[in-house]
Design a binder for this molecule. Structure first.
Ligand code: G4P
Length: 506
């Protein structure tokens, strides 16, 4: 069976994702100094030959994929951008993982962004391991946190460890598996790696533990892998508690690369020829260069440098001569990659988010969704003679997954949709810098969008009545532009023969 574990960390800003990432990489030997994940600029770039590629290409791919190894298991950790705002990038990264770690702050519980990301995981049945972070600080009661996860996310919870006090009375974390305690040591009150037998537990906490062990079910691997149950680990990324258990849990429980559904049926990771899909495209930071890196999640086969792969829709193969393989310690360019791994493919815009690449034929993976935008804006040109440039820019940027674009059936005002405010700022500045197009974004009369599907006749009769609410997306698929969520519900009721979908699978 595959020794790959490809996962992401989902969390609300400030819960400790960066700190935990550092600690995971440290334990896996991938980096040697804590703090390097956040290090920016020259200091970081000087580190290895690998970085030269980034310098030449002006693309920072360093933290998009982080690979580390431990005890024969290869971990591919995909970064979900940590902005306050959401981007489709974040959603899409979750289409490329087999499992996720959900980090929550012991004092704050489930926060909005955690919940949104969780919903995406649920949609795709991505199994989740929960890490309750910062138990070295004052937090909520452990039961309260467990109940909240169970209620808010409708998941069964199984505590795998238990904090011995929190904040001022924090005395370590007890692991249920082997009944040992990791205790704080020295001035820094960190865990240094030596576990002790579970003795001398204060009475009230011993009682809690007894209650917990009687009250929660046993860990059930099947239920976890189905996305119905989450094992919950307590710890402190900052002080190193619970990190080793987390790595162990991913190695032991998290699923190896999953089969992926496609136009030809399910593609198994054991299939010998190379297949994969693009889940992210990163453009050059230098607008003079049109270089892009497309990130491909390998679904099957063993990739070798120089191999020819055919992107779906293109019909002719491209040779992948200088792939970026994110391999273990030095993240140097290695020569092979297998199912579960990520490859960075430099290209000039040929590869789009959602594309399938395959070695043998024109296979197409399904189930890589577009997400209904939460913010819609009308794009208004300052100089109306630049319509052509604008159209090109919007097409390009939507291919990259920066925005979604909708071309209304009536009228000439194009609408862009994003899932987070930040994407709008990125859009305006990139229009200007890369396409020399000055545009302003104005409120749109529409509030949300739904992809519609149905028979030609049903679509036509719907269109006859609703032409002013119809648009096409960049692929030419019909979209209902709704004035409100109520509008969606109303139309759904009136048109039962049509489906109104908040996601579109390519
Ligand atoms: P994020 O990537 O999820 O946004 O969180 P990040 O790791 O940057 O952590 C946010 C803050 O929480 C940081 O403090 C970090 O040091 C702290 N933190 C993370 N894990 C723990 C933990 O287990 N215990 C405690 N007590 N604190 C933790 P900061 O002061 O905001 O950032 P910095 O300026 O120190 O980097």
């Amino acid at each position: 069976m595959s020794n790959r574990r490809t996962f992401a960390i989902i969390s609300h800003p400030d819960a400790g994702k960066t700190t935990l990432t550092e600690k995971l990489l440290l334990q896996g030997g991938a980096i040697h100094l804590a703090g390097e994940v956040k290090a920016r600029g020259a200091a970081r770039r000087a580190r290895s030959d690998w970085m030269k590629i980034e310098q030449q290409r002006g693309i920072s791919v360093t933290s998009s994929v982080m690979t580390f190894q431990k005890d024969g298991v290869v971990f591919n950790l995909l970064d979900t951008p940590g902005h306050e705002d959401f981007s489709e990038d974040t959603y899409r990264t979750l289409t490329a993982v087999d499992s996720a770690i959900m980090v929550i702050d012991a004092a704050k519980g489930i926060e909005p962004q955690t919940r949104k990301l969780f919903e995406v995981c649920r949609m795709r049945s991505v199994p989740i391991i929960t890490f309750v972070n910062k138990v070295d600080r004052e937090g909520r009661s452990v039961f309260e946190t467990l109940d909240e996860v169970a209620d808010a996310l409708a998941l069964d919870v199984v505590p795998m460890s238990w904090p011995i006090g929190m904040g001022g009375i924090f005395q370590g974390v007890m692991s249920f598996a082997d009944e040992t305690i990791a205790r704080p040591e020295g001035d820094s009150r960190e865990f240094l790696g030596k576990r002790e037998p579970a003795v001398d537990i204060p009475e009230d906490i011993a009682e809690e533990i007894e209650l917990a062990r009687a009250g929660y079910p046993e860990f059930d691997l099947e239920a976890y892998r189905h996305g119905d149950l989450t094992p919950v680990y307590f710890g402190s990324a900052l002080k190193n508690f619970g990190v080793a258990e987390l790595i162990d849990a991913i190695a032991r429980y998290a699923p190896p690369p999953r089969p992926q559904s496609s136009s030809e049926g399910t593609v198994d990771p054991e299939r010998p020829d190379v297949t994969g899909f693009i889940f992210k495209v990163q453009a050059n930071m230098d607008p003079q260069h049109r270089d892009r890196i497309a990130f491909m999640r390998m679904v099957s086969g063993t990739f070798k440098r120089g191999m020819k792969l055919t992107p779906s829709g293109l019909g002719k193969p491209i040779a992948v001569h200088s792939p970026i393989l994110f391999f273990a310690q030095d993240r140097e360019i290695a020569d092979t990659a297998e199912a579960g791994d990520i490859i960075g493919i430099p290209n000039h815009g040929t590869l789009r988010v959602g594309d399938t690449l395959s070695e043998r034929n024109d296979l197409r993976f399904t189930g890589l969704p577009n997400f209904a935008p939460e913010i819609l804006r009308r794009v208004v040109l300052k100089d109306p003679t630049k319509t052509k440039q604008l159209r090109k820019a919007l097409d390009d940027l939507s291919e990259e997954g920066v925005i979604q674009v909708f071309y209304p059936e009536i009228g000439s005002q194009w609408i862009v949709g994003v899932v987070g405010q930040l994407q709008l700022d990125v859009l305006v500045s990139r229009l200007e810098a890369e396409y020399k197009v000055e545009a302003v974004l104005e409120p749109s009369p529409f509030d949300t969008a739904r992809w519609i599907k149905g028979s030609d006749a049903a679509l036509k009769s719907f269109a006859d009545f609703n032409s002013s609410n119809l648009a096409k997306d960049r692929d030419g698929d019909p979209v209902f532009m709704a004035r409100s969520a109520w509008d969606v519900g109303y139309q759904q009721e009136r048109n039962p023969e049509l489906t109104f979908s908040a996601t579109k699978e390519r």
